[in-house]
Design a protein around this ligand. Structure first.
Ligand SMILES: CC(C)(COP(=O)(O)OP(=O)(O)OC[C@H]1O[C@@H](n2cnc3c(N)ncnc32)[C@H](O)[C@@H]1OP(=O)(O)O)[C@@H](O)C(=O)NCCC(=O)NCCS
Length: 235
């Protein structure tokens, strides 16, 4: 319980060395007091002060994401200054580091890597069927055709996976294009080995970019990551 003068440690749900960086998920405590205690314990003072000014629901996930990120930084030996939101809402990390955050339900996840010219993105979704079909909103016409032959449950999961991959891509792409990128501007075809083929047709002609994605399903979630680098700099 918080407030008993005991150190509050982040409850790590998983840690994975993925192709795009070190990825750690932490459980966000249910009680507000415990979340605040975790914030004071695990975050830098400026981060904790910022969090205290947020509305409780946003504060919970914001703290969770920063705690996950601090856990990643700690394990990578990165002594980063306070990670405040930048003008696009992304975590403002030092040059030479790429990082991304996602949170769903009671889980917050951070991904980070040492990168000189690439950005990374991470997204987490609950791998459950939804009442509302999001396919037409998030898939291109070609993608809709690709998923059409699948059985209903498989189709729903495939749509969710592509949605998640696009959110991860958006987070890695936004630092380059600095604008909302529509779901029709990028197409993803997940491969069974956890990779994916990505095609971008950015409406404002930015790029070209080398866009790489990974995905995995475990413990009832879908976790996707992306790495984006200008094609001229990719090797
Ligand atoms: C920004 C967005 C991706 C966030 O996704 P979400 O499912 O609402 O929330 P998640 O929990 O996965 O991610 C939230 C985190 O995203 C990060 N984020 C927010 N804006 C961001 C941006 N412009 N660039 C990179 N990361 C951003 C933040 O770290 C945020 O957490 P924090 O505020 O606690 O630090 C989504 O709201 C959005 O605007 N998407 C744009 C459209 C899109 O995805 N297009 C896909 C085509 S490529």
């Amino acid at each position: 319980m918080a407030g008993c003068n005991q150190p509050v440690a982040a409850a790590v749900a998983f840690d994975m060395h993925l192709k795009h960086g070190l990825c750690i998920g932490v459980r966000i405590p249910a009680e507000d007091e415990a979340v605040l205690a975790l914030s004071r314990e695990a975050l830098l003072p400026e981060e904790a002060r910022y969090a205290e000014r947020l509305a409780p629901l946003v504060r919970r996930t914001w703290i969770g994401g920063r705690v996950a990120l601090r856990e990643v930084f700690g394990r990578m030996g990165i002594d980063a200054p306070p990670v405040m939101p930048n003008d696009r809402g992304a975590p403002g990390v030092p040059i030479g580091i790429a990082a991304s955050i996602t949170h769903k339900a009671g889980l917050a996840v951070a991904l980070a890597a040492r990168e000189s010219s690439a950005h990374v993105g991470v997204d987490l979704e609950l791998d459950v069927s939804r009442a509302h079909d999001i396919a037409r909103r998030v898939l291109t016409a070609d993608e809709l055709e690709e998923v059409a032959p699948l059985a209903p449950t498989e189709r729903t999961r495939e749509v969710l996976l592509r949605f998640s991959a696009k959110e991860a891509i958006y987070k890695a792409l936004d630092p380059f294009v600095r604008r909302f990128v529509g779901f029709q501007e990028v197409a993803v075809r997940p491969c069974p080995d956890g990779s994916g083929a990505v095609q971008a047709a950015l409406t404002r002609g930015e790029g070209p970019f080398a866009i790489d994605v990974t995905w995995r399903r475990f413990d009832g979630v879908v976790l996707t990551t992306a790495r984006v680098v200008p094609r001229l700099l990719s090797s």
